[in-house]
Design a protein around this ligand. Sequence first.
Ligand SMILES: [Zn+2]
Length: 73
Amino acid sequence: MAFPTRVCAVCSEEFELKPDKPGFANRCPECSQPDPAGPATKQGMDADERKALTEANEARRKAMRDLLYRKDS
Ligand SMILES: [Zn+2]
């Protein structure tokens, strides 16, 4: 039996929309899985971890800004 084919809204890959597929109907099974690297979903962070995360985010933002600035000039 064939399942309807959908295009994933995240990665644009085609996938079969199976009735028991977990997650969003417009996302492939891979993109329906929670991001294991996502720090936002992490539970029970202590202050040091939170601080390190904030610093990492700031560094990433700064790097992104530098990248954009370089592209514009
Ligand atoms: Zn996908």
